[in-house]
Design a protein around this ligand. Structure first.
Ligand code: CDP
Ligand code: MG
Length: 139
């Protein structure tokens, strides 16, 4: 059953290139409420923990290097049907396949440097939010 929260990260190149404000504006304009927000830099080890589900994939090492290459913005977002609606807002993993008007279509540069993360399930939204915000229930 759908819950009302998801988790996102604005990835390093999108932050470094000054797209954070525009991306957060798109997120709010789409009806998401920002519940928790912070800017952090992951170590490669911590990026590896976040993406542990992908550790057998060929892109894992490069992804962890990329995700630890600069500051990111982590946020918990709230909206009815948040997980599915946010995946629609960000667009396909590969920006070449992302629909017009999606965040990845506008700001992603490649399959890897694809501007934003969005949780793929309610369960992972909870796990990923807790990875950054230990006490999410207080928000
Ligand atoms: O982020 P999303 O859920 O759309 O895709 P994923 O399959 O969970 O992959 C996580 C992240 O790994 C992607 O967002 C890309 O940054 C990266 N990736 C990659 O570099 N090369 C791939 N073939 C697939 C994913
Ligand atoms: Mg994913």
């Amino acid at each position: 059953m759908a819950t009302n929260r998801t988790f996102t990260m604005i990835k390093p190149d999108a932050v470094a290139e000054g797209h954070s404000g525009a991306i957060l504006k798109m997120i709010e304009a789409a009806g998401f409420r920002i519940v928790a927000l912070k800017m952090v830099r992951l170590t490669k080890e911590r990026a590896g923990q976040f993406y542990a589900v992908h550790q057998e994939r060929p892109f894992y090492d490069s992804l962890c290097t990329y995700m630890s290459s600069g500051q990111i913005i982590a946020a918990i977002l709230e909206k009815k049907n948040a997980v599915a609606d946010f995946r629609t807002l960000i667009g396909a993993t590969n920006p070449a396949d992302a629909a017009e008007g999606t965040i990845r279509k506008m700001y992603a540069k490649s399959m890897e440097s694809n501007a934003v993360h969005g949780s793929d399930s309610d369960e992972n939204a909870q796990i990923e939010g807790s990875f950054y915000f230990a006490d999410t229930e207080k928000f």
